[in-house]
Ligand binder design. Sequence first.
Ligand code: PGA
Length: 254
Amino acid sequence: MRKKLIAGNWKMNLEWNEAMTFFTNLIQFEKSNALNADLAVFPPSIYLRHFFELASDKESSIGVGAQDCSAMNAGAYTGEISASMIRSLGSSYCLVGHSERREYHYESNDVLSEKVERLLENGVTPVFCCGESLEDRESGNHTFVIDNQLDGTIFELSEEQFSKVVIAYEPVWAIGTGKTASPEQAQDMHAFIRELIHSKYGAEIANSIRILYGGSIKPSNANELLSQPDVDGGLIGGASLKVEDFGAIIYSCQ
Ligand code: PGA
């Protein structure tokens, strides 16, 4: 049985005081509710160490993760943050290939593969994002696009490496738009991804990999989406920025 993972992707939001207040409240929420899901927050990287320390101090099991990492190990790469630094800040996860990174930073399959490798070498779980554009969905190419995004990246990994990855299916047309995939569309794509994993890595790995859904999840649609059999949790953007909304989404997994 796969345990659900509910993850908040804060993107470039919340300043220091707001972020610390939020995270403190989230820990309180976690402590006062018996939760069925794993929780993780992906704040801007400069907050990671503080969040990790706060979580450790309060004996919270909320994981913290970075939103991106460098494809390089170390060296003269101004502005970059390496996977080993992310690990040394206490982060257990890192997003790779979010559609905003693919779009604004032109990240290719090759670069994403390098990032996944660096993270695995450093013991950080990659949360690998994939998703099709509206055009691909409307022309019926969506499964082909997802197949291609996985084939050129994480499907190159060994069984041992692949079993450590989390996948997030996030249709680009649903991110930050208020439009969500219907529960059937989400389930169909998740089942398709799991089937691809099955043919590549076998039943045991296919049944254990977590595939999260992301794209305009909110309290009003969370239950329907997250109760689909192949949806193992959510990657939540806008609605992860308010403790009440994020809490309501977490609750919908109970
Ligand atoms: P959203 O973002 O929930 O605001 O659509 C999801 C994401 O980008 O991960």
